[in-house]
Design a binder for this molecule. Structure first.
Ligand SMILES: [Ca+2]
Ligand SMILES: [Ca+2]
Ligand SMILES: [Ca+2]
Length: 156
C-alpha cells in the first residue's frame, strides 16, 4: 500500500490542458478580405466569442487560393478580450483577385478554425464575414459577403 500526499501531476496537467482548450476554442475567424481593391491588403479578422481574454501570441492565420498562401503571425503578447476583434493584416502583395479560404493555428500549430472556400472576384472592399459575429454552424452559410468591417462588428 503506498501513500502519496501530493496531488497527482498528470491530473494537474490534464486540468491545465482542459482549461487552455476551453479558452482557445472561443476564437474564430470572423471576417476575411480575400480580394482587396488595387493597392489594398488582404486581412483576417478574429473574434473572441467567449467570456475571458485569450492570449494569441504567435498564433498564425493563413489565406490561400489553393496555390498561393499568405501567412500572418500575431505578435508576442497579443490578447483578445471577450467579444472583441483582432485584425491580422497581410500586405499589398497578397492581392490575388480571386477567392479562397482562411485558416487559424495556435502557437503550437493546432488548427483552431477554418473557413469555407468562398469566391471573391469583386476586387473591391467587400469581404466575407460571419453574420452575425461569431455565427458558427460549420456550414458555408456562416459567411456572407458585404462591405468589409475590419476590426468592427460585421453588418448583418
Ligand atoms: Ca474585397
Ligand atoms: Ca484585388
Ligand atoms: Ca468585422
Amino acid at each position: 500500500m503506498s501513500y502519496n500526499p501530493l496531488p497527482s501531476l498528470p491530473l494537474v496537467a490534464a486540468c491545465t490542458l482542459a482549461l487552455t482548450a476551453a479558452a482557445a476554442g472561443s476564437i474564430l475567424i470572423n471576417e476575411m478580405e480575400l480580394n482587396p481593391p488595387e493597392g489594398g491588403t488582404g486581412w483576417v479578422e478574429l473574434y473572441n466569442t467567449g467570456n475571458s481574454s485569450v492570449d494569441i501570441s504567435d498564433w498564425t492565420a493563413a489565406i490561400t487560393d489553393g496555390g498561393w498562401v499568405g501567412k500572418i503571425m500575431a505578435p508576442e503578447g497579443a490578447m483578445i478580450p471577450p467579444k472583441a476583434f483582432y485584425v491580422l493584416e497581410g500586405s499589398t502583395s497578397w492581392d490575388h483577385n480571386d477567392g479562397g479560404f482562411a485558416t487559424l493555428y495556435d502557437e503550437s500549430g493546432i488548427k483552431m478554425d477554418e473557413t469555407p472556400t468562398r469566391i471573391d472576384s469583386l476586387n473591391n472592399d467587400f469581404a466575407w464575414g460571419r453574420r452575425p459575429d461569431g455565427y458558427d454552424t460549420d456550414t458555408d452559410g456562416d459567411f456572407g459577403l458585404g462591405r468589409g468591417t475590419k476590426g468592427k462588428p460585421n453588418k448583418i
